[in-house]
Design a protein around this ligand. Structure first.
Ligand code: ATP
Ligand code: MG
Length: 456
């Protein structure tokens, strides 16, 4: 009993907090039926156990904007352990702040306990570095504090599916109506606490068609350097969100406009600072945006393969110039680029092998004789390799006729395919090439009676 009472005190349930504006359904118009099944179940179940539970953050913002939320967060006054006990299919995760993932079918909802804000600044549990960046903030708080520690006013709205009311502590609904992105509290201090908010401001403004309010916009350029103190993996996650927002072109253009490039974001430098590849990269982003907007799947590995392609091309050319034959030179170039760039950009390893497969298919797609095109059609990454080739053609790097050939080859029947195959003096050429490579000490494998070049 006493423990439960103390729990209530610490979770802020009995503190007298500032009253929020409560906005009824009749005014905001978001019906509970629009909330995902899992988020509904989670809030209803927690409320049945007499806890407060609201859909919160980006999902409420997107519902108000008439968009389908990507993911749902629920905020509650139950502790992670209490949540964990209520939902059989759930687990506690996170080191920085412990949250609970509750699973229903294929959907996962993130449930977090109301978190404290400035009041706990001197607390052991809330530590910051010399720039003001918060390193640890694992203190529970009440609902008002939870609203206040969020970044923008329109990200701090709580929706109660039971009453269909929105609880608004910072005039987020009014800002949303005005399409205004406004930081809660002192913008400079809030960016210093967590410089990733600089990127979030730009991403949200560009992807949701919002205007960053003047006071929130002013410090962005001068604080850009703080991004250097953010762990690369966190920057990567945020950049990935930005690139997969369906508005990557607008986001990247806005990042440049706000001065968040030039050595601040390594990934952005790759996108914006390549004289030869910019057209190709922007095309890749545009295609990704179109696919996402059409609700088609996109592969991050494909996107990163595109972002780094011109680096690979440059390295490939250099290595070839040093006398290494074409295909081994490409493999060396791929290795070099993935080691240097992927590490610098913190691209997860799992993307690396897919990227390499897409790159390695490129010279193979130029060969259109004999059985090779048939073998390529069977390749697991054929589709990605072919899409990549289309981009290369569209950007002017490769003859459009080659992409047209592949498009047709996939569509037509066997008889026509046979007609299409490029007849060349391949065996003779191959023999000559092999002899040359052998003289140059190129990497080749002897297999059985014949030789097989290391091209696949
Ligand atoms: P999206 O899901 O479209 O990327 P989002 O705003 O929902 O946007 P999430 O990362 O899902 O972003 O975060 C959920 C909520 O958590 C946000 O709406 C905001 O209230 C809060 N939040 C996220 N990141 C921060 C941050 N860096 N500082 C303060 N609050 C944050
Ligand atoms: Mg979200």
């Amino acid at each position: 009993m006493i423990t439960k009472f103390l729990g209530h005190v610490f979770s802020g349930r009995i503190f007298k907090a500032r009253q929020p504006k409560t906005i009824p359904f009749g005014v905001h118009g978001v019906a509970r039926e629009r909330v995902s099944r899992c988020a509904l179940t989670v809030t209803q179940t927690l409320q049945r156990h007499e806890f407060a539970a609201f859909v919160v953050g980006g999902a409420v913002r997107d519902l108000l904007l008439g968009r389908k939320p990507k993911d749902y967060d629920v905020a509650t006054d139950a502790t992670p352990e209490e949540v964990r006990r209520i939902f059989r299919r759930s687990r506690i995760i996170g080191r920085r702040f412990r949250i609970v993932h509750v699973m229903c079918g294929p959907e996962t909802v993130e449930v977090s306990t109301f978190r404290g804000g400035d009041a706990a600044e001197d607390d052991e549990a809330r530590k910051s570095d010399e720039h003001g960046r918060i390193l640890r903030d694992n203190v529970f708080g009440n609902q008002e504090q939870d609203a206040t520690r969020r970044d923008f006013t329109l990200n701090a709205l709580f929706y109660d599916p039971a009453s269909q009311e929105i609880w608004d502590y910072h005039d987020g609904v009014s800002d949303l109506r005005k399409r205004r992105l406004r930081m809660i509290g002192d913008p400079e201090k809030r960016y210093r606490e967590d410089p990733v908010r600089l990127l979030r401001a730009v991403r949200l403004a560009a992807s949701r068609g919002l205007e960053i309010e003047a006071r929130s916009r002013k410090p962005i350029r001068s604080l850009a350097h703080l991004l250097a103190s953010v762990p690369p993996s966190r920057l990567f996650d945020e950049m990935l969100k930005l690139l997969l927002s369906g508005h990557a072109v607008e986001c990247v253009t806005k990042l440049r406009k706000e001065g968040l490039h030039h050595g601040v974001l390594p990934l952005l430098d790759v996108i914006l600072e390549q004289p030869l590849g910019e057209r190709f990269v922007m095309l890749a982003l545009k295609t990704t945006d179109e696919r996402i907007q059409a609700d088609k799947s996109v592969s991050p590995a494909f996107l990163f393969a595109a972002l780094l392609w011109h680096e690979v091309l440059a390295a490939w050319k250099n290595i070839e110039a040093s006398g290494i034959p074409t295909i081994p030179a490409l493999y060396q170039a791929m290795e070099q680029v993935t080691q240097v760039q992927a590490e610098k950009l913190a691209i997860p390893r799992r993307f690396g092998s897919d990227m390499k497969e897409i790159w390695a298919l490129q010279p193979r797609l130029l060969q259109r004789a004999g059985h090779r095109p048939y073998r390529l059609l069977e390749h697991v990454r054929f589709r990605a390799g072919y899409d990549f080739l289309l981009l290369r053609c569209e950007s002017g790097e490769v003859e459009p006729a080659i992409a047209e050939w592949w498009t047709r080859f996939q569509r037509v029947g066997e008889a026509e395919r046979q007609q299409m195959l490029v007849r060349d003096s391949e065996p003779k050429k191959r023999r000559r090439r092999r002899r040359r490579r052998k003289d140059e000490g190129g990497r080749m494998k002897e297999e059985g009676g014949g030789r097989k070049e290391k091209e696949e």
